[in-house]
Design a binder for this molecule. Sequence first.
Ligand SMILES: Nc1ncnc2c1ncn2[C@@H]1O[C@H](COP(=O)(O)OP(=O)(O)OP(=O)(O)O)[C@@H](O)[C@H]1O
Length: 245
Amino acid sequence: MNQFQAVLQARDLLRTHGRGESLVHAVDGVDLDVPAGQMLAVMGPSGCGKSTLLHLLGGLERPSDGEVWLDGRRIDDLSERALAQLRRRSVGFVFQAFHLVEELSAAENVELPVLLAGRSLRTARRRADELLAQVGLDDRARHLPWQLSGGQRQRVAIARAMANEPLVLLADEPTGNLDTAATLDVLRLFEDLRAAGQTLVIVTHDERVAATADRLVSMRDGRLVDDTWMADRRQPVDGVHGWEG
Ligand SMILES: Nc1ncnc2c1ncn2[C@@H]1O[C@H](COP(=O)(O)OP(=O)(O)OP(=O)(O)O)[C@@H](O)[C@H]1O
């Protein structure tokens, strides 16, 4: 653990695709320390490597070179089995397209990762009840995903991502498919999680979303080109302008 008590660290991270003429440096020498409890936004033009960076940080992809550390433990060189366990227990993912299991109810979607982590059905049910209440969907617990609005589906996905109390919550364009009202719901939820000490990394194209973060890093061509700590300038969700437009 370093002086910032970084929960998540990237060291000279490289991820390439293809070879020869078609070689792409999706992530090209990224160093990053995310302190515990920080809400970090990642922005940059399409194709600059934001999703790839998020996948590397959460162990969904392995780097071509460099290191990823989670809570003081190096994760990029773990076995497949250990990495799968880490993803289930220590990292929460939220995606633009929700990726809920369509055959399962909202509650069952949240229960699933708890069961996969080896806990009892009773524990899983209790956790799902708590989390769905927290995201304001206790009255939708038995609904299937297609019976929910996009914003409701994303709130279920956030509840699912939080099911095993992850060290970090990683979100890839979480509001990209949502209208303004649903975006605000999701941001208020993130704000509550942040207030409770949750570490969040959020990839976004939306400056209004980034304005609510503690820190904004900008990427270009696989590199970090700017790193701004908002400190006192971060905006509470309801203080951000431009939602009407
Ligand atoms: N599996 C792959 N094979 C080949 N190239 C890939 C692969 N995955 C990503 N890339 C390339 O790596 C670069 C970074 O992609 P990435 O999806 O991380 O960008 P992004 O910033 O998240 O883009 P967007 O904002 O459009 O989602 C792009 O040039 C992309 O085409």
